[in-house]
Design a protein around this ligand. Structure first.
Ligand code: GCU
Length: 620
């Protein structure tokens, strides 16, 4: 082993010791690091940052492998492990003014309120002399270590609804600074870009991807970025979606747009993650859940090799439960990534305890992990002292990283690991937590997602949230001036006889986008699983489900079950009291009580509304 190699991995190791000691209380990284770990480089191992653990010896081919292995040893792993995906990326929806779209844990850790956005708005001529807020190196190191401890190796620093200003030199300088802090932890930076940037920044009259000046502009911009950040990862793009500019504005396809950016990035090894979350553009009027496939299936095979199509797990929008998105079946010649939402936009935000690993595992039970080349998670991280708003929301950040490393891990294993590291103490180089308590808490975590589905929108109901902020129920939501796709009544269509959307071959035929056996399974009301019933079918209130209960009875049963679960979470938490420090116990307790009230409110509002509709006391 060369001297340089030994020194540099020792450097990472000691850096990590430093940050562990410095602020233990906030994350799962909290105990003093054991000192008796041996690290070895073995150049015959596969070149993928994997590791082998035997006793207290960690062997790896790369320095990152050693770092990953060290954390694995702490959580009790032995044997060999290699990352399933090469791309394990957080997507921060952070705005340059420091706010976070769908962020529930304070402002951005990257972009401060003191930053230049204000100055640019108010003095556009001096945009090259602006002062960006000071970067908090210590905070970002801690963030990076947390990410590295679970194998995350990339991060998109800004919102998909991207400000063009991210591509101006003051911001690129700041990105360079951030990249420098994250680099020792094996984390590459990526940026969301606004497709209309050359025009929006006033540098060209068009952003048409076929225009030679536009192509040149992007090439020059990419060159400028790589000069500053040689290991820059690439771009994430939301185009022609929810008002964002895109190639469609110029009569061009998504492939034309993505390929132009891909050509600019290709010489440097950069990638384009092009999002398929589109609706209301070319296929306006069509069932919203069908529009991504309608838009992209015909482009399959037309994308450059360094373009990856990034799609949400479900075809609508991060609902508590959705069937998987059929775009994963349809694109056979295009590299694909799944986008999961760690931040709980539609699952009680940072106020409900909802552990998301079971939802993601469910997704992987339909979409073979091998169909994907990477995985992205919309981050739930902010400046809050506990990073994620709710102590248990940290478990979702943790679970995302662990599943991105190994999508076959069980939700239970991940929950236990997280509990041990978060609330346990270290014995014999491993985290241990009081066993009975740990089991009860794990069971609470494992049941929490289904509980949330039950008290919010069981049996395939979806999108009956309060307008815009999505916290709380609004089943009667309808305003003539909303786009229809944002109205809850559009999604449940309840009247006195029935409820749900017919997406079978007698309706919108969304079922036809699925591969067999799911196409037939979902298409037939008799075989459609209960959990997707009202997603795919319009069902009479008196219809008898597999349980023998009518739809209306079954709906009530689910809502009540969800509420009972929220009650039980409080009991479990009471029992955990002796084993948790006072501050964290109380903070979680307060939130669980809020969750209990909110669950009741969901049940009461929804059952009252649907009850009145079916008894014809109110009209939808
Ligand atoms: C959801 C979310 C938006 C977000 C969008 C997206 O609609 O509410 O805030 O911008 O998804 O994923 O692009």
């Amino acid at each position: 082993m060369s001297k340089r190699k030994v020194l540099s991995y020792l450097f990472i190791f000691s850096l990590s010791l430093m940050t562990w000691a410095e602020d233990g209380s906030k994350l799962w990284l909290r105990s003093p690091m054991p000192t008796n770990i041996t690290l070895r480089i073995d150049s015959t191992m596969p070149n993928d940052d994997g590791y082998r653990i035997s006793g207290r010896t960690v062997t790896a081919r790369t320095q990152m492998g050693l770092l990953y292995g060290k954390y694995a040893l702490l959580r009790g792993e032995q044997g060999e492990s290699h990352p399933f995906y090469k791309l394990r990326i957080l997507n921060h929806w952070d705005n340059l003014d420091g706010t976070i779209e769908r962020g529930y844990a304070g402002n951005s850790i990257f972009w401060g309120i003191l930053n230049s956005e204000f100055l640019i708005h108010n003095n556009s001529h001096s945009k090259n002399n602006i002062q960006l807020s000071t970067t908090n190196h210590q905070l970002l190191q801690h963030y990076a270590e947390a990410c590295a401890s679970i194998g995350i190796n990339g991060t998109v620093l800004n919102n998909v609804n991207a400000s063009p200003k991210i591509l101006t030199s003051p911001y690129i300088n700041k990105v360079k600074e951030i990249a420098g802090i994250l680099r020792p932890w094996g984390i590459r930076v990526y940026l969301s870009v606004n497709f209309g940037s050359p025009k929006a920044l006033g540098e060209l009259k068009t952003a048409d991807p076929m225009n030679p000046q536009v192509r040149k502009w992007w090439k020059k911009k990419v060159r400028e970025i790589y000069k500053m950040i040689p290991d820059f990862g690439g771009f994430l793009v939301k185009a022609n979606s929810e008002g964002q500019p895109g190639p469609f504005d110029y009569g061009r396809s998504h492939a034309d747009g993505a390929n132009m950016l891909a050509d600019a990035l290709e010489p440097y090894g950069g990638i384009v993650m092009w999002r398929s979350f589109v609706y209301g553009a070319k296929h306006q009027g069509e069932d919203r859940v069908k529009q991504a496939v309608s838009e992209f299936a015909e482009l399959d095979g037309q994308f450059r090799d360094n373009v990856i199509l990034q799609s949400k797990n479900g075809p609508l929008d991060f609902q508590p439960r959705e069937p998987y998105a059929p775009i994963f079946d349809q694109m056979k010649h295009t590299a694909q990534m799944a986008e999961l939402q760690i931040t709980q936009e539609y699952l009680g935000q940072s106020k409900h305890l909802v552990y998301l690993a079971p939802m993601w595992q469910e997704f992987f039970s339909f979409v073979e992990p091998t169909r994907l080349v990477g995985i992205a998670g919309v981050a739930n991280i902010g400046l809050d002292t506990n990073w994620c708003g709710h102590h248990f929301s940290q478990a979702n950040w943790y679970a995302f990283g662990r599943l991105a490393w190994n999508p076959t891990l069980t939700s239970e294993q991940i929950a236990k690991e997280w509990l041990n590291q978060t609330f346990g103490s270290i014995h014999n180089s491993q985290f241990i937590f009081h066993n009975d308590t740990s089991l009860k808490l794990a069971s609470m975590m494992l049941r929490s997602r289904e509980a949330c589905v039950d008290y919010m929108m069981p049996l395939g109901l979806h999108h009956i949230f309060k307008f815009d902020h999505h916290m709380g129920p609004e089943p009667d939501g309808f305003k003539a001036d909303y786009p229809i796709e944002w109205c809850p009544v559009y999604y449940h269509r309840a009247n006195k006889d029935s409820i749900g959307i017919d997406r079978s071959n007698t309706g919108t035929n969304a079922t036809s986008q699925y591969r067999e056996p799911y196409r037939s399974l979902y298409d037939n009301i008799e075989t459609c699983p209960d959990e997707y019933l009202l997603w795919f079918h319009r069902v009479p209130w008196t219809y008898r489900l597999k349980s023998g209960l009518t739809l209306w009875e079954e709906l009530q049963k689910h809502y009540n079950h969800g509420v009972n679960e929220a009650d039980d979470f409080i009991n479990i938490w009471q029992q955990a009291k002796p084993y948790i420090d006072e501050q964290r116990w109380q903070e979680v307790e307060d939130l669980l009580r809020f969750q209990q009230q909110d669950a009741r409110n969901w049940r009461d509002v929804c059952l009252k509304y649907f009850g009145q509709i079916q008894s014809n006391r109110i009209k939808p």
